[in-house]
Design a protein around this ligand. Structure first.
Ligand code: ADP
Ligand code: MG
Length: 233
C-alpha cells in the first residue's frame, strides 16, 4: 500500500513552470529514492508535498487523505516528517532544545529524546551545546533527529549527504538504514546516486520537472545511458 502518492502535479514559482506533471508513490515501509541533477525540481517537489509551495494542478494523497492544499503545519502534525535541504537547525538553540521544539507525541513509531540519543550518541554528548557550534555531520544528525521527534509516518529527507565527508556520511547512512529496519516509510532525495542506491528499494530519476526513469536500484546501476544522461556518472 502507498503511504504517499503524488498524482500528476504541476508546480510553479510565479511564471516559472517547474514541476511539469510529476507522479510518484512511496510504499509503506520502503525507501523511495529520488535522484537527479541540480535544478531539476527535487526540492520543489518536497516543497509541494509539505505545503510550502502547493501545486497548481494535480493531487497529493497522504495516508488516504488529500493534503494538496493542507497547510505545512497541519501536514507535519498529520505525520509528514521533513529533514530539509541544508539542515536548517535553529543555530542559537541547544541540541536538546532543537529536538524538543519538534516534539509531537502522536504517531506509531514512538520517537522521543532517549531514542534519538540512542540512534545518535554524539547528540547526547552535545545536548547542551548550541547547534551553531556543531560540525556539519552533527547538524545533519540533529536535523534528522528533529524530523524523527515529530513522530512521522513518512519521512522526507532532502539531500542528507550534501557537503559531508565520506566518513560522516557513513554514520548518517547507517542511521537511515536503522530507520528502514524499523519500517519507517522514507522519501530519500539525493544527488549522489551511488550512495542512495545502497539504501533504497526503488528509484525515480528526475529531469526538467518530470520523472524520466524508474527502476529497481540494480537496474539503474546497470543502465549506462540513464546514468550518464541524467546523473552525470
Ligand atoms: N524560490 C524560488 N523561486 C523561483 N525559482 C525557484 C525557486 N526555487 C527554485 N527555483 C527554480 O526551480 C528549479 C528547480 O529547483 P529545485 O527544486 O531547487 O531543484 P533541485 O532541488 O533538484 O536542485 C530551478 O530552476 C530553480 O532555479
Ligand atoms: Mg534541492
Amino acid at each position: 500500500m502507498s503511504i504517499l502518492e503524488v498524482q500528476d502535479i504541476h508546480t510553479f514559482y510565479g511564471d516559472a513552470y517547474v514541476l511539469q506533471g510529476l507522479s510518484l508513490k512511496v510504499e509503506e515501509g520502503q525507501i523511495l529514492g529520488l535522484l537527479g541533477r541540480n535544478g531539476v525540481g527535487k526540492t520543489t517537489l518536497v516543497n509541494s508535498i509539505v505545503g510550502f509551495n502547493p501545486p497548481r494542478r494535480g493531487k497529493i494523497i497522504f495516508k488516504g487523505m488529500d493534503i494538496t492544499h493542507v497547510s505545512s503545519f497541519e501536514t507535519v502534525r498529520g505525520g509528514m516528517g521533513l529533514v530539509p535541504q541544508g539542515r536548517r537547525v535553529f543555530p542559537s538553540l541547544s541540541v536538546e532544545e532543537n529536538l524538543k521544539v519538534a516534539e509531537r507525541g502522536a504517531g506509531r513509531h514512538g520517537w522521543n529524546l532517549e531514542r534519538v540519543y540512542a540512534l545518535f550518541p554524539h547528540l547526547r554528548e552535545r545536548r547542551a551545546q548550541r547547534a551553531r557550534t556543531l560540525s556539519g555531520g552533527e547538524q545533519q544528525m540533529l536535523a534528522i533527529g528533529r524530523g524523527l521527534m515529530t513522530n512521522p509516518d513518512c519521512l522526507i529527507m532532502d539531500e542528507p549527504s550534501e557537503g559531508l565527508a565520506p566518513i560522516i556520511i557513513q554514520g548518517v547512512w547507517e542511521a537511515i538504514g536503522k530507520l528502514k529496519g524499523e519500517g519507517l516509510s522514507i522519501l530519500l532525495v539525493e544527488q549522489n546516486a551511488a550512495l542512495a542506491l545502497k539504501l533504497i528499494d526503488y528509484v525515480h530519476v528526475m529531469s526538467k520537472g518530470r520523472v524520466v526513469y524508474s527502476a529497481a536500484p540494480q537496474e539503474l546501476w546497470a543502465n549506462e545511458e540513464v546514468k550518464s544522461s541524467f546523473l552525470g556518472i
